[in-house]
Design a protein around this ligand. Structure first.
Ligand code: PLP
Length: 630
């Protein structure tokens, strides 16, 4: 870890903070540490003189350091590792990234990786999501947002970061800093000092403490007590062609400023909150044993939420398996760098070739399919035993081996060059408590059949039968893995669990136009609706081509405007629909919630006379998916 000023507000002084953090390493045999802080060096050397110590950093006294002018972009980065030298190219050259790279080098060297491998790995690193995010703003501004924490260290990093952008004019918005280590006077003097080196065109100080030091800042400086006051002043609305750095302590909620300044490229979006997906997964995990594996079903474009974006997020959070319906879906994931095992539930005969090429794992549901797949393995000359998943029919009556076929199945499995990675089945009614007897019968059949298979095979493959609803009602039968789907989105059949889930998806757009309509005037195609009285009609830019079923026109369905439900009037068009605003004081450009909020996804599914699964997977691809993450 890096021992900087983070968390310092909980300590009396820097030394106390360092000593506390160093306790973390009392059982370590080797300590690889950032040696740029003298105090950290001294403390480690005093406390842990008996351990193997390796220091890295930008200063010359470190064991591992950079020995070139790393600001010169034409040069490779040259690193001295004890007496050895190695070089690698680097796109990001801010000090934080470089010190992190040094840490990685130290660790890989310690684990015995070759220099070639280390350089290769560093070159393959994807840009880590920066705490400092940059987004395009309105009026050609570029917004650099760092409203996660605010201390001196992170301010210095932010200043280094913005210098990588070639923008002539820079604006700073900065809030009070909470730091008990320094007294206000020396803290804000220091802040002003490093800020004055940055040549900002203007500075907005938010908060009563920092505002007291206004005269210390050289640029044109404005002060505000709160974020709200700053926004209401309209001062931000005149910013043009600026790099705007937002640096705010959490409680100042600078994300409001960000959304105010951000360029909204798409009016109609399906917004997916990745944090909510993770939260929902964790809620389901909390119902399971820690060692139970989890397969995330990402079939059908992850239930409409997106392709590799969701899979990549799940992979990052160590999901054990991903499940797709078709080989093509799996291939797309592999092409986008997904390396997690992928189970293909509906492998088409013509796709066995790519299944093998892309290292996907097929569901095998009949003797016919087993033979076809085995032949393909042979044809391709595959030597190692290939992982497959045996689907057992227990009551869904869709796909799978029947109990009476098991002997023949096992015989064939032994003959072919395959390894059964898992045995599984699917519950038809885990979300219907009244069908408990049927579900239990399915589970018992599964137990019996899967035991038969593994006994005959002589090894124990992973077993799994629970879907989302199963996890919440039948967790005693989690076996070694479960398969989560709709639960990730925040939907649950179990009211107790539902309460804990967060909604992960919002379909929203904005009002295109508002028309005053007189009593008796008709709206839309075929004059299906005539105004009952004088009213205001809003036109919304989504239609059946976006996945809004035509059957919810003519007052069958509602959308949310200003947190109230307004009814859809007239026939839904291909790309538009109209709603009756009645006396809601909405204006053109205002937000419209199609679902999740008011109405909820469940309510919207009700208008459509279907279930959330169908609503989500019907939203057309032309609706832009955007992903948010705290
Ligand atoms: C889609 C699917 C799931 C996930 O179902 P949810 O109800 O969304 O949890 C689990 N298993 C199989 C075989 C599936 O096809």
């Amino acid at each position: 870890t890096h021992i900087g000023t983070a968390h310092s507000s909980n300590f009396e002084n820097e030394l106390q903070l360092i000593k506390e953090k160093l306790i973390l390493f009392k059982n370590s045999e080797i300590i690889i540490y950032n040696g740029d802080s003298e105090q950290v060096c001294e403390e480690i050397k005093t406390l842990y003189s008996d351990k193997k110590l390796i220091s890295f950093g930008l200063k010359a006294h470190n064991d591992v350091k950079i020995i070139c002018d790393y600001k010169d972009r034409s040069q490779e980065i040259l690193v001295q590792y004890f007496s050895e030298k190695l070089s690698f190219p680097a796109n990001q050259r801010d000090e934080a990234t470089l010190t992190n790279a040094l840490a990685v080098i130290c660790i890989l060297k310690e684990f015995g990786f070759t220099n070639e491998k280390i350089v290769e790995k560093i070159n393959n690193l994807k840009a880590v999501e920066m705490r400092l995010e940059s987004v395009n703003g309105v009026r050609n501004n570029l917004i650099i947002n760092d409203s996660f924490n605010l201390d001196l260290d992170s301010l210095i990093i932010a200043y280094q970061f913005i210098n990588q952008y070639n923008r002539d004019e820079k604006t700073l918005v900065i809030s009070d800093i909470f730091d008990v280590k320094n007294d206000d006077v020396s803290l804000y003097h220091k802040v002003a000092e490093i800020t004055n080196q940055q040549n900002f065109k203007q500075i907005f100080l938010v908060g009563n403490q920092i505002s007291r030091f206004q005269e210390k800042f050289k640029a044109k400086t404005y002060t505000f007590s709160t974020t709200k006051e700053l926004l209401e002043s309209q001062q931000l609305n005149s910013l043009e062609n600026q790099l705007i750095l937002l640096k705010g302590a959490r409680i100042f909620e600078f994300e409001i400023i960000k959304s105010h300044l951000e360029l909204q490229k798409h009016d109609t979006v399906l917004e997916i909150n990745l944090n909510a997906i993770l939260h929902n997964i964790n809620v389901h995990k909390s119902l399971l044993k820690p060692e139970t594996k989890m397969c995330a079903m990402v079939k059908a474009y992850s239930y409409g939420l997106g392709g590799y974006e969701i899979a990549e997020f799940l992979q990052h959070h160590h999901i054990d398996y991903l499940g797709v319906a078709y080989a093509d879906e799996g291939v797309d994931l592999r092409k986008n760098g997904i390396t997690t095992p992928i189970l293909v539930m509906n492998p088409e005969q013509g796709s066995y070739d790519v299944i093998i090429d892309y290292n996907l794992e097929p569901e095998i549901y009949s003797l016919r399919v087993l033979e076809l797949f085995a032949n393909q393995l042979q044809l391709k000359g595959i030597q190692q035993k290939y992982p497959i998943h045996i689907k057992v029919e227990t009551g869904m009556h869709r796909l799978g081996f029947k109990e009476h076929e098991i002997d023949e199945l096992v015989e064939n499995l032994k003959k072919y060059n395959v390894k059964v990675a898992s045995i599984f089945s699917h519950l038809s009614s885990a979300d219907v408590p009244e069908e408990d007897d049927y579900t239990m019968e399915q589970i018992h059949t599964f137990q019996r059949v899967s035991s038969k298979i593994s006994e005959a095979l002589g090894y124990q493959p992973i077993r799994h039968i629970l879907n989302t609803a199963g996890i919440t009602y039948y967790s005693d039968y989690q076996f070694e893995m479960v398969r989560i789907g709709i639960g990730m989105v925040g939907i649950s059949a179990n009211p107790k669990v539902k309460k804990q889930l967060q909604s992960a998806v919002t379909f929203k757009t904005v009002i295109s136009q508002i028309s005053e309509v007189k009593q008796g005037e008709s709206i839309g195609y075929n004059r299906k609706y005539k105004a009952e009285k004088d009213t205001r009609i809003a036109t919304i830019p989504v239609g059946y081509a976006d996945g809004i079923p035509r059957l919810i026109g003519n007052k069958k369905g509602f959308v949310g405007i200003h947190n109230q439900k307004v009814s859809i009037v007239g026939n839904i068009c291909m790309d538009m629909l109209m709603v009756d605003l009645q006396n809601i004081k909405a204006k053109e450009g205002d937000e419209v919630i199609i679902f999740n909020g008011n109405p909820t996804l469940e309510e919207f599914s009700g208008y459509c006379q279907t279930i959330p699964y169908e609503v989500l997977t019907s939203i057309s691809r032309r609706v832009k998916r955007i992903y948010i993450k705290d």
